[in-house]
Design a protein around this ligand. Structure first.
Ligand code: EPS
Length: 394
């Protein structure tokens, strides 16, 4: 079983993460982990913090000579900004003026009451999206694990504020995505998105948006329907909803599904050569909580960031008096970064689901299980099937 845990405050000494259950013998590409960390830091609309950090992983355990050992993998990412705020954040002596005016839309208020903190900094330090740097590092390791099965995961932005991009239905080139300042594949929408972010910044405001994740190379039957928590759609939705600012997740054309009749919505089967294909993919590659062999299509809708340079009305919790909400350094728009984080979350969740179905102690054993499963599935029906062993990666 694959599982992970992270720790770290936004301005503490470091973020740390442990990924347990990775098989032995996986070649690890640290450069691609660092590239994803750089991608997470990017995107038009990011704030001053990103000029201070240059995130890179430090491998502490579980990897030797560039390959996984099968033991727990431990990683650190240093917070450079810690050196600037040591007096405030030192784990033993840190202290400073309390933040007491909660930002509407942020974890400030609920967290203060939940943990009985009088200083909202004690809430915002962990609530900050800074911790997602570690998710991205662990997610990139999970992507490398998924690569063993020939699975590819990409993300791109399809909306920022009220600027929407054209639909994407084919696996896009990830280098094209990473060249865009807003991870958008539609050049017209891209320049309008950049303009919208600049306008929001000038107005002291923030913007949310929508990103999409496309997963190709999925075998049939990952996830399950025996128990609610096995369902792949539920698990991927939870993984994406865990991203700061996420307010809704869509699987395939899920949001519109209630508007259709069954005969118009479901993805009919079609015999195409030696394969069973579908005439559409409104289900987003998941039926009955299991992958159905089509590409996975997921979307996350993000609210605008809660820290406003022209703040909303709040209450000073220390005095009970009305006051504008606290202003702290923040971003204007983090949708492109959230897309990178979304990819990581999907990789982490999919890797767990794959390890449940095909798990092994080494990559060799994993592939034995996978090939045996694919070959077995191909025998179920003598008729054409897209689970043929030929479809499996070499
Ligand atoms: C972020 C780090 C934060 C913010 C932003 C994202 O750094 P700092 O608080 O030092 O400026 O830039 O966080 C938020 C928008 C938030 O609400 O916490 C990051 O690393 O992604």
């Amino acid at each position: 079983m694959l599982r992970y845990m992270t720790a770290g405050e936004s301005h503490g000494p470091a973020l740390v993460g442990i990924l347990d259950g990775m098989p032995a013998g996986l070649r690890v590409d640290v450069d691609s982990m660092n590239r994803q960390l750089t991608a997470r830091q990017g995107g038009h609309g990011r704030g001053g913090r990103m000029k201070i950090e240059s995130d890179a992983v430090e491998i502490l355990a579980g990897i030797r000579g560039g390959s996984t050992l099968g033991s727990p993998i431990a990683i650190a990412i240093r917070n450079r900004d810690y050196e600037n705020v040591r007096a405030l954040m030192d784990p033993l002596t840190g202290s400073g003026p309390a933040i007491t005016k909660p930002r509407p839309g942020h974890a400030d208020y609920a967290g203060a009451l939940k943990y009985r903190h009088r200083d909202l900094r004690n809430v915002l330090e962990r609530a900050s999206a800074r911790e997602t740097a570690m998710r991205v590092a662990l997610g990139e390791l999970s992507r490398q694990y998924l690569g063993v099965f020939g699975v590819t995961v990409v993300s791109y932005v399809i909306q920022i504020g009220d600027v929407a991009a054209g639909a994407v239905r084919q696996m896009p080139d990830s280098t094209v995505i990473s060249r865009s300042p807003v991870r958008c594949l539609d050049p017209d929408a891209e320049s309008e998105m950049v303009r919208a972010i600049d306008a929001a910044k000038a107005a002291g405001d923030t913007l949310g948006g929508v990103f999409e994740i496309l997963v190709s190379g999925m075998p049939v039957g990952v996830g399950g329907n025996r128990q609610p928590y096995e369902r792949l759609d539920a698990r991927l939705a939870a993984a994406l909803m865990s991203i700061q600012t996420a307010k809704a997740v869509e699987v395939g054309e899920g949001i519109a599904s209630g508007d259709y009749t069954g005969s118009r919505w479901h993805d009919a089967f079609e015999k195409r050569g030696t394969h069973i294909a579908r005439t559409s993919n409104r289900a987003g590659g998941i039926e009955g909580g299991m992958s159905n062999g089509e590409d996975l299509l997921l979307r996350a809708r993000l609210k605008p960031l809660a820290t406003l340079m022209k703040p909303l009305q709040s209450v000073d919790l220390s005095s009970g008096e009305a006051a504008p909400a606290a202003i702290v350094r923040s971003d204007v728009c983090s949708v492109p970064a959230a897309a990178v984080i979304g990819e990581a979350m999907v990789c982490l969740e999919l890797a767990q689901a794959f390890s449940e179905k095909y798990g092994g102690d080494s990559v060799e054993e994993l592939l034995e299980h996978f090939h045996a499963s694919q070959a077995g599935a191909a025998q179920v029906f003598p008729a054409p099937s897209n689970t043929s062993p030929d479809a499996s990666p070499t």
